[in-house]
Unconditional design. Structure first.
Lengths: 315, 548
């Protein structure tokens, strides 16, 4: 078992390394560079060359990669080229905001969707199941900004329960923060809950047709016990995997929501970096996103091993 | 004595239908008294399992009990609500399923699952249930009973798991047990232990039991009465000895005759062997670190059937894969018509491939469900002989006729055929390549008895007509006795005995062959008792009587 887990973790680290190379290479092959972006069309070749010299852009790519990578793992992503500020200091508060919103949405979405998925599975084909199916399908199909504006119209404009702008400041109280960010959190919940609900439902259903479930019924156990004690532990691995995937999405995929609600998260920070061709910022964001994705999925893999007795205790 | 006690299970006019309205069980009635065992026998689709489950007032998804009554200990349980039925299940009537491996939950320990019923039914505390389970493990001869339960289902052998399931079934001391093919998934040498144990359980706890199986010889050992079923209807019911010795209906007679044929050798021994087709010498096959075939040597001649027998995991199928090149041999040689074959499939010529064909165990998965029978059979004709379309069609007609299928089947999809017909198509596909040798990997074990018999007859006839040689892999010694000229016995990857079938099946035996032979149930009621009696003194089997 330990070997399996070690393999997963090592693979995760290797993936992160590979991704870091890809991120660096991708920003490298983009046409134009910071120098031409900062100085604009009118810059003479001489000034461009001088500026590149100053930024260290004319050194070989692998040297800059190694420098960047070793800096990054020590928490030093360098300075933003456009405003010369330390990237890590301007990114940290935004990262905190992103994690806050992701955690907020996850705390609502995960318990909600897993329990609704189980309820739908138990009542397969009945009204509850059909309603859950239709709503989740609709939530998956509708674009995220549409859901966001819909919620704004209902809860901010008509009912006036929550603000439509979710800008948060460091000196806000926790309760105030929760109130201000409620709408983006609900929007995200709707987006990811559908996916998790459907996966939970189908994993539980596929387990419910196994002979050991029939056996459990023939043992005279109650439906609740059969589902929670016999079906759910066997359906856990795919459910954990899809939860991890969605948590990762909550961290890296929320740019549109941040824009709609004017929420200062990392997504906007990255988009700003892209528009200004501030490559170190883009690279830093890319690496952080990749790390979040890989760490969450590795955790899911390890949990998947831990919940499976066949892997946990080989013959 | 039995007649005076009240029945614990009384089923009257039971009717089970599925959603489309097809009748799965039609008007079946019977009674069971304490200590009495009723055998339900029939081929697949006879409704045996459906009756077994209906006795627990349970119907599988898509089916429902639509008529009749199920009285358990005098209570009409069909009238009970969900809670009432839940009370009955496990506590008054318990179930032992065919595959213990599939019926134990892989996520929990065996002890937890065995203790679950008494705890959930509120009969025992956790500690009491655990102590009781350990007692049961001990009574059922499970190894290290104190610790056995702490293991997960995948950590113990199939025979042990089947015994653990018996322990689970009796954990609430039910009055009625339903055994649904409890030994079918086991090897013969394991089956005998489990059968003995089931008998002991029924006797010691004075339990009534329904015993569902397709093997008459097995049911003969445990049942007092037998009900023969076909298509959901009762064909005949009677005492075990009546059914075995003087069956009244034609169908029951056919079942008995067919099963009896398996007990004696009916193949003539060929004194002089023809020119050799296949010669395997000292072949070794490995999967990673595991040696699946150890220095196996074997030869097959023209018009000859050589059987390879052994229990699951003995390396029979690996040997076949090694011969065709799917498992490249790491040592030894495989000569075909005197020419050495390359170890790996990839390096063999089309002619090499054509001359050895394969018939698989599961005709359902061996045929492409999206192709018509004509496409399936025509493909080798086209591929190996490069014939034109009309020629291929003509050859397909010929082949269909040879395997006893109507010509118009060529346009059908294989999914529209029955299991036996599918296996005929597989045979036709093999013949289409005009092979010298056909490797048959358990070709009849997925089929019902009477259908299997037809397939064996067909294979025999084709051999007489075409002179094709068979390498016949099977675990069923009954088949070997009927069709194999020579037999090779495999044990843990080794061929431990090889020779004319008659010689292999008569003394002096190799000890393992003897054990194997002694474990095959015979069609008489006292067989199990006899075998067990022979073992009693030292727990070791004595010399078995030769059966020829």
């Amino acid at each position: 078992m330990l070997r399996l887990i070690t393999t997963r973790v090592v693979l995760g680290i290797l993936t992160l390394l590979a991704v870091s190379v890809l991120i660096f290479a991708a920003t490298e092959i983009l046409p134009g560079d910071v120098a031409s972006a900062v100085l604009g069309q009118g810059a003479t070749p001489e000034t461009l060359a001088a500026f590149r010299e100053e930024l260290g852009l004319n050194r070989p790519a692998y040297v800059r990669y190694l420098e960047w990578f070793f800096g990054a793992i020590q928490g030093d992503f360098g300075v933003a080229m456009t405003n010369k500020r330390d990237i890590i200091t301007s990114m940290t508060p935004r990262l905190e905001n992103t994690f806050f919103l992701a955690g907020y949405a996850a705390l609502i979405a995960v318990p909600l969707s897993v329990s609704l998925g189980i309820i739908a599975a138990i009542n397969e084909g009945k009204a509850v199941d059909k309603v859950a199916n239709v709503i989740s399908l609709a939530a998956i199909s509708v674009p995220e900004f549409f859901i966001a504006y819909l919620l704004i119209i209902i809860f901010a404009v008509n009912l006036d329960w929550f603000p439509s702008l979710s800008t948060v400041f460091a000196d806000m109280t926790f309760a105030k923060k929760l109130h201000v960010t409620a709408l983006p959190a609900f929007t995200l919940t709707l987006l990811v809950a559908a996916h998790m609900l459907r996966m939970t439902r189908s994993s539980v259903l596929s387990i419910m047709s196994q002979p050991y479930i029939e056996m459990a019924f023939l043992k005279g156990l109650s439906r609740t016990r059969v589902v929670f004690h016999h079906a759910l532990p066997n359906a856990a691995a795919p459910i954990i995997a899809v939860i991890a995937l969605n948590l990762a999405y909550l961290i890296v995929g929320v740019v549109v929501i941040e824009v709609v609600f004017v929420y200062p998260g990392v997504g906007q920070f990255m988009v700003d970096g892209v528009t200004k061709r501030d490559l170190p910022v883009v690279q830093a964001c890319g690496l952080v996103f990749a790390a979040a994705f890989i760490i969450l999925n590795t955790i899911a893999d390890v949990l998947g091993v831990l919940v499976n007795p066949r892997l946990r205790k080989p013959r | 004595m039995i007649a005076v006690t009240k029945p614990v299970l009384k089923i009257t006019d039971l009717r089970v239908e599925n959603l489309t309205g097809a009748v799965l069980v039609d008007n079946v009635s019977f009674e069971l008294r304490p200590g009495e065992v009723l055998g339900l026998i029939g081929e697949s689709g006879a409704g045996k399992s459906t009756i077994g489950l209906a006795a627990m007032v349970y119907a599988r998804a898509g089916c429902s009990i639509t008529g009749g009554s199920v009285e358990i200990e005098g209570l009409d349980s069909r009238k009970a609500d969900a809670e009432g039925r839940r009370e009955l299940r496990g506590r008054h009537i318990a179930y032992v399923a065919q595959s213990a491996a599939a019926s134990f939950n892989p996520a929990h320990t065996i002890l937890e699952q065995v203790c679950e019923m008494p705890i959930q039914h509120g009969l025992m505390s956790k500690a009491e249930a655990e102590a009781w389970a350990i007692e049961l493990f001990r009574a059922l001869d499970l190894p290290d009973p104190d610790k056995f339960g702490s293991r997960y289902p995948h950590q113990v052998s199939g025979g042990q798991l089947q015994r653990a399931m018996a322990a689970m079934a009796i954990s609430c001391r039910p009055k009625i047990l339903v055994f649904d093919e409890p030994t079918t998934a086991l090897d013969v040498t394991t089956q005998i232990e489990v059968l003995a144990l089931i008998k002991k359980l029924i006797r010691e706890y004075n339990t009534a039991a329904l015993y569902i199986t397709h093997d008459l010889a097995v049911v003969a050992q445990v049942a007092d009465r037998i009900m023969v079923l076909r298509g959901g209807k009762e064909i005949e019911i009677g005492t075990t000895s009546d059914i075995l010795n003087k069956p009244k209906t034609a169908y029951a007679k056919a079942l008995v005759t067919e099963r009896k044929a398996a007990d004696k050798i009916s193949v003539e021994t060929v004194e002089k062997r023809g020119p050799s087709v296949l010669e395997v010498s000292n072949a070794v096959g490995v999967y990673g670190d595991f040696v699946a075939v150890k220095k196996a040597s074997l030869s097959v001649s023209k018009s000859e059937t050589v059987a390879v027998v052994g229990e699951s995991g003995s390396g029979k199928s690996s040997l076949a894969r090694l011969i065709v090149g799917l498992l490249p041999r790491s040592e030894g040689s495989v000569r075909f018509n005197g020419v050495d074959l390359p170890p790996a499939l990839k390096s063999r010529t089309a002619d090499n491939l054509r001359r050895i064909q394969f018939i698989y165990q599961q005709p359902d998965v061996a045929l492409n469900p999206r192709q018509t029978v004509g496409d399936i059979i025509g493909r080798p004709v086209e591929f190996y002989f490069n014939r034109s379309k009309p020629e291929v069609a003509k050859r397909v007609d010929e082949l269909l006729e040879q395997v006893g299928l109507p010509k118009d089947y060529a346009t059908r999809l294989s999914t529209a055929l029955s299991g036996g017909q599918k296996q005929r198509v597989s045979i036709a596909r093999a013949l289409a390549a005009e092979p010298d040798l056909i490797i048959c990997d358990e070709p009849t074990s997925a089929l019902d008895q009477l259908v299997a018999d037809e397939i064996l007859k067909l294979l025999k006839r084709l051999q007489d007509d075409l002179g094709v040689a068979y390498l016949f892999i099977t675990h069923d010694l009954g088949i070997v006795r009927r069709i194999a000229h020579r037999t090779a016995v495999m044990l843990r990857g080794e061929i431990i005995a090889e020779g004319p079938t008659e010689r292999i099946f008569s003394p002096p035996f190799h000890p393992y062959t003897e054990k194997l032979l002694a474990s095959v149930p015979e069609l008489r009621t006292d067989w199990l008792e006899e075998v067990l009696a022979k073992r009693e003194p030292g727990g070791k089997p004595k010399k078995a009587k030769p059966k020829v």
